[in-house]
Design a protein around this ligand. Structure first.
Ligand code: NZQ
Ligand code: ZN
Length: 391
């Protein structure tokens, strides 16, 4: 294993009823809470009324910051920070998915920073040597794992860059996770979130070091769990066990535990983020299109691990196949899973224009941790390959 330091400052309260039971005491020292949320799902499913009601009953002033879209932009960060300052908010509560949680983290930072947070913390890594606004989150859709890390992925539309940084100082102080809150998530979004979780696990697993290590063993168990529980949740969206497992697996994939001692790849995330910057496409869906084609491209550079993936994660027998054939069969099992879930399988389906492919490819970050270091030309070839031919 590589050397590491581990800390996770977020306290998790998990399970049905946790918001009712714990929210009020968790924001005891707040007087004005900036309630950050998305496009309105929490208004329709009753979560807003419950959360705002609890805060108001406890004597808090609630300031709404509504309308955070998927793929939150820097403009929203600035607007939220301005509102927090103007209203004297002393806490932020993000209620939603990755987009809301990420935006809330960036607002927490920007509200206390006089300079340009994009330039100083996202365009390049910065040093947080001041206290950001205290932040708590209530998760309403599982997938990104943003609830238990300091990661915030923000889009700068003017610069056409979507990028994330993980600052441990931005870990939410608490995360309330009630799996029943996710019942109202549209099925396509539930599947997208589940695939995002699987993608995080694969991005970590397919990287060095490959010798025996706890992170890879945990990772395999999590991948198997995500695949099983996503199938169960598709069959019955109100399966509490499946929704609980998906919610916790999403956290486990991104709370740094399975990253310990691993280099991590995240080349597919780099590519998907730029597809998002140009087209505003759905994160999990973009990843689904890219993963099989990327893995077919690099598997020979990490053959033993792809072989292990086929056997341990997909349970494929040897059946007289060569290492290479079995490794490829594992990638085909992944592609079949994507098709079974009804996820998109081409960039065209995501709304990408063919003429954009080169510019997007050239804008992608190159991961130093992948089995094979990509070039922008290879990324363009991958994009062309999955532009309109299904996986
Ligand atoms: O906006 P509303 O109306 O709330 O609707 C949302 C949105 O349309 C809806 N939704 C959420 N909870 C719901 C619900 N609908 C009904 N009932 C509920 N209970 O779901 C839609 C998607 O929400 P969003 O937050 O955009 O999805 P997700 O959680 O997938 O987050 C995606 C963002 O997170 C970033 C992505 O790049 C993307 O910007 N990521 C953040 C990461 C991190 N911080 O660690 C890691 C990830 O790799 C990812 O990059
Ligand atoms: Zn992701």
């Amino acid at each position: 294993m590589n050397n590491f330091i581990f800390e996770n400052a977020t306290k998790v309260y998990f399970g049905q009823g946790c918001v009712q039971e714990y929210l009020t005491c968790l924001v005891q020292d707040a007087s004005t809470v900036l309630l950050a949320y998305g496009g309105g799902s929490i208004r329709r499913n009753g979560i807003y009324d419950q959360v705002a009601g609890l805060l108001r009953q406890a004597g808090k002033t609630v300031v709404d910051f509504a309308g955070i879209p998927s793929n939150p932009t820097y403009d929203q960060v600035l607007a939220g920070a301005k509102l927090a300052r103007e209203t004297g908010a002393d806490w932020i509560l993000g209620v939603g998915g990755g987009s809301v949680m990420d935006c809330a983290k960036a607002i927490a930072l920007a509200a206390r920073y006089p300079g340009d947070v994009w330039e100083d913390f996202w365009a390049r890594p910065g040093v947080i040597d001041f206290d950001s606004l205290p932040l708590g989150v209530i998760v309403t859709v599982a997938g990104t794992g943003s609830e238990c890390n300091g990661g915030a992925v923000i889009t700068h539309p003017g610069k056409k860059i979507k990028t994330g940084r993980d600052y441990p100082q931005l870990n939410p102080r608490f995360a309330l996770m009630d799996p029943t809150y996710t019942y109202s998530v549209p099925q396509a979004q539930m599947i997208s979130g589940g695939f995002d979780t699987l993608s995080h696990l694969m991005e970590i697993y397919f990287s060095r070091p490959d010798e025996d290590n706890v992170s890879d063993d945990l990772n395999e168990a999590l991948m198997v769990s995500v695949i099983r529980n996503l199938r169960a949740a598709v069959a019955n969206p109100q399966d509490y066990t499946a929704r609980s497992n998906l919610m916790w697996a999403a956290t486990m994939a991104e709370n740094r535990v399975v990253k310990l001692g691993k280099q991590g790849d995240f080349q597919c995330h780099n590519m998907e983020h730029q597809l998002g910057a140009y087209t505003d496409c759905n994160h999990g869906q973009g990843l689904a299109v890219l993963h099989p084609v990327y893995y077919r491209h690099i598997y020979q550079d990490g053959l033993p691990k792809f072989l292990r993936f086929a056997q341990k994660v997909w349970g494929l027998p040897r059946d007289g196949r060569s290492d290479e054939a079995l490794a490829l069969a594992g990638i085909e099992a992944l592609a079949g899973f994507i098709r079974d879930l009804g996820l998109p399988t081409t960039l065209r389906q995501l709304g990408v224009e063919r003429e954009q492919l080169k510019e997007i490819a050239d804008s992608c970050g190159i991961s130093p941790g992948s089995y094979r270091r990509m070039t922008h030309q290879e990324i363009l070839e991958l994009f062309q390959e999955c532009y309109e031919s299904p996986l």
